[in-house]
Write a protein that binds this ligand. Structure first.
Ligand code: IPE
Ligand code: IPE
Ligand code: MG
Length: 240
């Protein structure tokens, strides 16, 4: 989609994926506990959903908690899960205001039952909206997602539901992201230059934008910078 932003005609990425990193460092700089950073990070995310929609982005997928983040202290993990509880409940109201459809990807089986119920409620309540498609990656790991998908695919082949040979499209259709397109632009905040197991299959041809900005400081101006950067890229997909 093309749109004029700040006087420039821009090609808006249809799907933006974000690794929201740097909450802990942001809090530390303020001599505050890490969970203070997560709280501010959650607030920023609410605003970024609106900003993404304003810019004309159709899909926004954010990394909220990885399959590796359980390694953190009990205090931090409990704090994040409690924050999540509030977030999921408030999200229903925000979504209805903003016409936003919400999905959650990742392995739910390790999450507390009340959180799973809140996720199901949120997904069901927002499935009627056709504005921004907002996806939250929760207890998500790219390798784990492929492992779970391949496990189901093998079961379906064995039971005769699916025929070999296995195609790339088939694998994509067994991933958590089966009903959303691959990301056009990936943003990672806080200066780390790695994927940390995020959407490793889906990011094969995505443009990467890294910024030193810590997630709790991220805003519309930062989002626009990423979209400007995206516009300077020449996506060749292996061609010339
Ligand atoms: C990202 O911020 C949020 C989660 C991983 C849950 P971090 O908590 O990783 O912040 P830093 O990287 O320690 O600053
Ligand atoms: C990635 O950030 C996970 C999320 C943002 C949820 P991490 O802070 O966990 O990643 P590493 O440990 O720096 O690779
Ligand atoms: Mg981090």
């Amino acid at each position: 989609m093309e749109k004029v932003i700040d006087g420039k005609k821009l090609n808006i990425p249809e799907h933006v994926a974000i690794i929201m990193d740097g909450n802990g460092r942001w809090a530390k700089k303020r001599l505050m506990p890490r969970n203070f950073g997560h709280k501010q990070g959650a607030k920023v995310l609410e605003q970024i959903c609106e900003d993404a929609d304003t810019l004309g982005i159709k899909y926004l997928t954010v990394y909220a908690f990885s399959t590796e983040n359980w390694k953190r202290s009990v205090e931090e993990v409990t704090g994040i899960m409690n924050l999540l509880r509030d977030y999921l409940v408030n999200c229903i109201e925000r979504a209805s205001k903003n016409n936003m459809r919400v999905r959650v990807i990742g392995d739910r089986t390790a999450l507390d039952k009340d959180i799973v119920e809140k996720i199901e409620e949120l997904e069901k309540a927002t499935s009627v909206y056709d504005g921004l498609n907002f996806t939250i990656a929760l207890n998500y790991g790219g390798r784990d997602e492929i492992r779970r998908g391949v496990t189901r695919l093998v079961e379906d082949i064995r039971s005769g539901k699916v025929d070999e040979p296995i195609t790339e499209a088939m694998i994509s259709s067994y991933l958590d992201t089966s009903d959303i397109p691959d990301p056009d632009l990936l943003i990672r905040t806080s200066g780390e230059l790695r994927l940390s197991n995020y959407l490793i299959w889906q990011l094969a041809y995505t443009e990467f934008y890294f910024t030193d900005c810590l997630w709790p400081d991220f805003d519309m101006e930062e989002l626009k910078k990423a979209v400007f950067y995206y516009n300077d890229r020449d996506r060749r997909y292996g061609g010339v």
